[in-house]
Design a protein around this ligand. Structure first.
Ligand code: SF4
Length: 378
């Protein structure tokens, strides 16, 4: 029983740890073309319905200065890493790349990549700010239909309505499974330490969703056969922000007796915390899901609910504190933080703000700050 769970954990961790190897392996196994999907909320369902493999493009551990030709020093490390890898030809196996346009950096990437890496077939997508209004939804439908047409051209076949319906259902299944998985993690702080949890969630970006769903469902079943682990000495933490990388950051939390009981990371739970509507056409269901998604820096929220949402999560998961992982130069997240901080302070929620880059030479300052936060929570 224990061995079955450990084997599945190791397998999924490996898939999350080695993006390119994992993608090439999945392409070989499924015979599918791959399409890169930039952060965040790229309509992966359309890619899957076209018979292709949507793969996440959330930076990576690169060094080098080729990206300096196109991006200023104050652009975020994720886009620098993506651009560096594109210029090195690391993405040339992709049939297309769908790029969102939430911030100035992404808007520059869309235009620059068309010149710098024309072989990558850049497909831009723009989400409406007022995504809950009828006109916003109408606009979103036009965007999805445009992307659908582009993908049909790249795939060389028309996306059938039934295929799109099955794809939307599959993604909903993925989201339900992942909600269950993240809720299960809190009972196994030793088996599923912060980094392991992160790598398992990350693996979804490089696997066929059907296979990934099967593996994670099996893992949940195997975990449920094991007794919950004793977590009394450890501090229960919620992570917020864009991403919790580099991985060493999560090791520091484990070293300081912390474990992640929930998250509000763009890279993790924001991908699956909202399920598509149950009624309507597949496209309408996808649109409704984006309209329902709240508490996200990239989707306009006139009520500024994220601080209150985090406070409610703190109660629900009996968390000791919240760590806000601010990706340096990610302005949408930076604009949200002062309001979140005010709300958390008003509610008496202990929180720590740390500034990270995806590639960092030294994590020692962060180690000191996380250790101090752990002592405050003790
Ligand atoms: S600044 Fe933030 S939103 Fe913009 S590309 Fe970087 S991580 Fe994404």
């Amino acid at each position: 029983m224990m061995n079955d769970a450990i084997n599945l954990i190791r397998e999924l961790e490996d898939m999350g740890r080695n993006p390119k190897i994992s993608i090439l392996k999945t392409m070989k196994e499924t015979g599918k073309k791959a399409v890169g999907c930039f952060p965040i909320y790229t309509p992966e369902e359309l890619v899957y319905a076209a018979g292709m493999l949507p793969v996440g493009m959330w930076g990576g551990q690169t060094s080098g200065t080729l990206s300096d030709r196109y991006l200023q020093g104050f652009c975020c490390s994720i886009m620098k890493a993506n651009t560096e890898q594109a210029l090195l030809g690391q993405y040339d196996f992709l049939s297309a790349v769908i790029v969102t346009a939430y911030c100035d950096t992404l808007k520059c990437v869309i235009e620059n990549w068309k010149i710098a890496s024309p072989q990558l077939n850049v497909v831009p997508i723009v989400y409406p700010q007022n995504r809950k209004t009828p006109s916003g939804k109408m606009y979103m439908k036009d965007e999805f239909l445009r992307i659908k047409k582009e993908l049909e051209r790249i795939a060389g076949n028309v996306i059938a309505e039934q295929d799109l319906l099955e794809s939307v259902d599959l993604y909903d299944e993925y989201r339900c499974i992942m909600q269950e998985f993240t809720d299960t993690v809190q009972d196994y702080p030793d088996l599923l330490k912060a980094k392991t949890r992160h790598l398992i969630i990350k693996a979804a970006y490089f696997m066929d969703k059907k296979i990934y769903n099967e593996k994670v469902s099996k893992l949940i079943l195997e975990l449920r056969k094991l007794p919950p682990e004793n977590s009394r000495k450890r501090k229960r933490i919620i992570l917020s922000g864009f991403i919790s990388e580099p991985d060493g950051l999560l090791d520091i939390m484990t070293d300081n007796d912390m474990y992640v009981v929930a998250d509000d990371l763009a890279h993790e739970s924001r991908q699956f915390r909202t399920i598509a509507a149950k009624t309507g056409s597949p496209l309408d269901r996808m649109i409704e899901r984006i309209a329902l998604q709240d508490g996200c820096a990239f989707l306009f929220d006139e009520k500024k609910s994220r601080g209150r949402m985090l406070t409610a999560m703190k109660e629900k998961y009996r968390a000791d504190g919240i760590i806000f992982c601010q990706l340096k130069f990610c302005d949408p997240e930076e604009f949200d933080y002062p309001i979140i901080k005010k709300d958390l302070e008003a509610a008496g929620v202990a929180s720590l703000y740390i500034e990270i880059e995806q590639q960092m030479d030294s994590l020692e300052q962060l180690r000191t700050r996380i250790q101090s936060f752990g002592e405050v929570l003790a």
